[in-house]
Design a protein around this ligand. Structure first.
Ligand SMILES: Nc1ncnc2c1ncn2[C@@H]1O[C@H](COP(=O)(O)OP(=O)(O)O)[C@@H](O)[C@H]1O
Ligand SMILES: [Mg+2]
Length: 395
């Protein structure tokens, strides 16, 4: 039998998806399920900030995909709006430490967020200058500051626990009242923290346990209501996906990705329902996603260059090779890597093009008066988000 042709129009009219983006949205459509206990614990711990006192470090940890980042960011929004009502000047900073792995780049990122009036460079400042500025900004104002260090395990492994030690003791030295929350995917994170730092912290720990099949079913069911058309995914299919992922570590993100993979295959096969037998082939297709495998097998500096390309894109505009190199240098600083020359980076770009990850063309950029390499990215939005995450975590 000849393979049927698929047209864009037929995909747009698909009977499966209602709103695919809901599957990848960081905030769940109707709030977090099965996290009330963790949420309450965090509210109790963070509440003193609304009484203008500092919270000694709160530790949040759990496996990937257990809702740590999404729930924390949601809580911070709530805390900020409550602070505003109470007339408290609360500044918050969120730093992803897989992207900022040195004390200097972490503190610079915090500074840029709590003191937006000043423009801080992403590179070129050494540790002493950064610490000096940090002390100055926090020293002069009586503000409340909440710092969140996400995926802190990367910074700890790469550059030790100095930054935590400093933050744990900061309130002895400044006028501002500084609270810190650290989030880790690695449950053995304590192994990287020296006793002197451990004892300077409060020992508050909030644990995000992996989801079981029951919980994952609820999480999937809720998203499917918004993401897929009515009756496309049966309870039996939801259950099966939940069981597969519960056995692998209870990761809600992966469960939602598997939902998407099922839906995609159903669209390709022109089905109007997702049958139970589709789940297994969808599961294999996630494992075999060739683009992600390709990206994960790149050498470190090619990963950094590819990440620089992804981070440089402004919707719809072409990217300029010179800008990519600038971004690459910034990334090297925050990832604590020794940069290679611009010439090497150009050969990496050619390689990424040959692999089909980007398209490049040497020519005239619309808004520049010189010749440059124009770059476009060949990934859809969902795949791109996955590639970025994978890059951050594997560099
Ligand atoms: N309890 C939950 N209810 C609904 N969605 C959830 C829940 N926990 C996690 N998710 C979803 O799973 C994805 C991964 O969550 P995230 O907070 O990034 O995990 P982590 O930071 O622990 O790796 C997000 O899309 C998030 O909305
Ligand atoms: Mg996270």
């Amino acid at each position: 039998m000849e393979t049927e042709k698929i047209s864009f129009a037929s995909i747009l009219q698909n009977p499966i998806y209602k709103d695919r983006d809901v599957l990848f949205a960081q905030q769940p459509p109707t709030g977090f399920l099965h996290r009330t206990k963790q949420r309450n614990e965090l509210v109790m711990e963070l509440a003193p900030i609304l009484m203008k006192s500092a919270v000694s470090c709160v530790f949040v940890y759990g496996n990937p995909g257990t809702g740590k980042t999404a729930l924390m960011l949601d809580l911070i929004q709530e805390l900020k709006s409550e602070a505003q009502k109470q007339g408290i000047d609360l500044k918050t900073a969120y730093v992803n430490c897989s992207e900022n792995r040195t004390e200097t780049s972490i503190l610079l990122s915090v500074l840029a967020q709590i003191n937006p009036e000043t423009e801080y460079p992403k590179m070129g400042w050494n540790r002493a200058k950064t610490l000096d500025e940090f002390g100055k900004v926090l020293g002069k104002k009586e503000i409340s500051v909440l710092i969140m260090l996400d995926e802190v395990d990367y910074a700890l492994r790469e550059s030790g626990d100095d930054v935590l030690y400093r933050l744990a003791r900061i309130n002895d030295n400044v006028k501002a009242s500084v609270s810190t929350v650290i989030i880790s995917n690695d449950v053995r994170v304590s192994d990287y923290i020296k006793p002197r730092t451990q004892s300077a912290f409060g020992r508050v720990k909030v644990i995000f346990s992996p989801y079981n099949a029951e919980e994952l079913s609820d999480i999937i069911r809720e998203r499917v209501k918004f993401a897929l058309k009515k009756d496309v995914m049966s309870e039996a299919v939801i259950r099966k996906i939940a069981e597969i992922e519960a056995n692998r570590g209870g990761d809600a993100r992966k469960a939602l990705e598997l939902v998407d993979a099922c839906a995609k295959i159903a669209v390709g096969k022109r089905k109007d329902k997702i049958s139970l037998d589709l789940v297994e082939s969808a599961d294999r297709s996630v494992e075999e996603n060739s683009v992600l495998n390709l990206v994960s097998s790149l050498p470190k500096h090619q990963k950094l260059v590819y990440y620089a390309v992804l981070k440089n894109e402004k919707a719809g505009l072409e990217i300029d090779g010179v800008e990519v190199y600038k971004k690459y240098l910034e990334l090297c600083t925050s990832y604590n890597a020794e940069p290679v020359t611009e010439r090497r980076v150009r050969t990496f770009l050619v390689n990424l093009d040959e692999l089909g990850l980007i398209s490049t063309e040497v020519g005239w950029l619309k808004n520049l008066k010189k010749k440059s390499r124009k770059i476009t990215i060949n990934l859809d939005k969902a795949l791109r988000a996955k590639a970025e995450k994978m890059l951050r975590n594997s560099i």
